[in-house]
Design a protein around this ligand. Structure first.
Ligand code: GCO
Ligand code: MG
Length: 412
């Protein structure tokens, strides 16, 4: 059996997704997610122009070799575009190996280490009553861990908050499932870190008061603080016992985490925009973080993320794979298989996809009683309906950007 062909499928059911489909000479197909939110077509070009021509004729079972070939032979290493493209090949080959052997991928990775994956959902509200309602809705949906994002007085639009009908000019209120808005130009949001730092601890105090001490609570700082600001926030949030504080500082400056760590015992999670083990190396070795936020789709696939998380295990650091809706159902399935198999699983981020997306991608993974499970179909357990996918052509989309009150660009 050899790889016969590969094709790149771009579809935009509720948002843009890029999927690689590899077909073997025996007619077995494998799917891989290559979605890079807001820069989708760069990965499409990388795959179509540079990777697809290399695949025909290869032995689909040689996953490690294919990965090393694509990584090393490109000469230009790392980076989100390259690694998303390699990830798609890696996932598709695991999918094929599962189908050929008749086993779900988690069995090939060592078998289940647990019954299912604890997953967290995104609660948000501009004001407390709205936030409390959102937490209650998540609890009713079965979530046993919840991320809390709140509005900040004086700021109009900020990351992670559901929009209201009034914000959308009377249109439909919706959770910001698609921070990368489809449109010709990106949306501007506003930011003020001092206002945020003053407001957030009170929000957590209120949430703890309302929902009690047991519920695991998370928060995403979305790369906006300086090291000393992050250290202060971590300290101020200690009484509210967070499961984690995510992306407290911009990811490039890893030394920042050393400073934050010296000041607070609030657990730290980082890495949704990282793309290789090298981005995590110092953070893991120096035990500067508690959770690895990499996603299979952006870390080059199941193969390298498994190596990264095995390395983290030596330091009691756990997984917290990135799982917003911009990870396609194929990517979510792949990381559900990995999360089920590894020993040092921590938590899985889980935002259900929209209805149209679920019609394009039929999934075997399940969400029951607050646990995700990848299902027991051979391979990854996702099929792509190409006719349905064809109904939703690509639409340009951009993530928002941030400016401070005086117009200065800030991290988003
Ligand atoms: C998260 C992330 C997302 C990102 C989005 C960008 O924690 O889920 O921060 O909300 O902003 O994935 O593409
Ligand atoms: Mg995040």
């Amino acid at each position: 059996m050899i790889i016969d062909r590969a094709e790149v499928i771009v579809t935009s059911p509720d948002r843009n997704f890029v999927t690689l489909k590899i077909t073997t000479s025996d007619g077995v197909t494998g799917l891989g997610d290559a979605t890079l939110n807001g820069r989708e077509l760069a990965v499409v070009a990388y795959l179509r122009e540079h990777v697809v021509p290399l695949l025909a004729g290869r032995d689909p079972h040689r996953i490690e070799d294919a990965w090393q070939f694509l990584y090393r032979s490109a000469y230009w290493r790392r980076g989100p575009v390259t690694m998303a493209a390699i990830a798609a090949v890696d996932m598709a080959l695991w999918d094929i190996k599962g189908k050929v052997t008749g086993l779900p991928v988690y069995q090939l990775l060592g078998g289940a280490s647990r019954e299912g994956l604890l997953a967290y959902g995104h609660a948000s509200g501009k004001e407390l009553p709205e936030l409390f309602d959102s937490v209650r809705e998540h609890l009713a949906d079965g979530y046993r861990a919840i991320r809390i994002q709140s509005g900040v007085p004086g700021l109009k639009a900020i990351y992670g908050i559901a929009s209201q009908a009034s914000d959308t000019g009377g249109g439909e209120a919706r959770y910001d499932h698609e921070p990368a808005r489809r449109g010709e130009l990106p949306v501007q949001e506003d930011w003020d870190t001092r206002a945020y730092l003053r407001h957030l601890p009170g929000v957590f105090e209120a949430v703890r008061h309302e929902f009690g001490p047991e519920l695991p609570l998370l928060h995403d700082g979305h790369h906006r603080m300086t090291p000393i600001q992050a250290a202060k926030l971590g300290k101020d949030l200690e009484p509210f016992d967070l499961f984690w504080l995510e992306d407290c500082t911009p990811a490039e400056n890893q030394e920042a985490l050393r400073l934050v760590r010296q000041h607070t015992t609030t657990p730290l999670a980082i890495g949704e925009i990282f793309n290789t083990v090298w981005d995590f190396q110092d953070l893991i070795r120096e035990q500067l973080i508690d959770y690895v936020r990499g996603a299979v789709t952006h870390m080059g696939g199941i193969t390298p993320l498994k190596k990264t998380i095995d390395y983290a295990a030596q330091y009691q650091i756990k997984s917290g794979f990135h799982g917003p809706t911009d990870i396609s159902p194929v990517g979510m399935a792949a990381q559900a298989h990995l999360g089920l198999a590894i020993h040092n699983f921590g938590i899985q981020e889980y935002m259900p996809h929209g209805e149209k997306t679920n019609q394009v991608f039929e999934q075997s993974f399940t969400w029951q009683d607050g646990l995700l499970h990848p299902g027991d179909q051979p391979g990854l357990g996702v099929t792509l309906d190409t006719d349905e996918a064809g109904r939703y052509p690509y639409e340009r989309a951009y993530l928002p950007y941030n400016r401070l009150a005086d117009g200065t660009m800030h991290d988003w």
